[in-house]
Design a binder for this molecule. Structure first.
Ligand code: FES
Length: 74
């Protein structure tokens, strides 16, 4: 379920777990599919409702957030 553009989401406050292994069937959120891979989700505390851009290409230098790195991928 990888894509070459970020997931744009309006998040409500709370603890979010964004998938880091790209195996989730509920991207960009962790669904537990990482078990056994040695990878773990990116835990983020959202303090107030806001729109976020979650990286889907895993090339961002600011994971789990998009930094525009997908634009350099072929
Ligand atoms: S399913 Fe990918 S990090 Fe949990």
């Amino acid at each position: 379920m990888e894509q070459k553009k970020p997931y744009i989401i309006t998040e409500k406050p709370g603890t979010k777990y964004y998938c880091a292994c790209t195996r989730s069937q509920n991207m960009p959120y962790c669904d537990g599919a990482h078990k056994g891979s040695g990878l773990h989700p990116d835990k983020v505390e959202i303090e107030e409702e806001k729109t976020v851009a979650i990286c889907s290409c895993r090339s961002s230098a600011n994971l789990p957030f998009c930094d525009g790195a997908h634009k350099t991928l072929q």
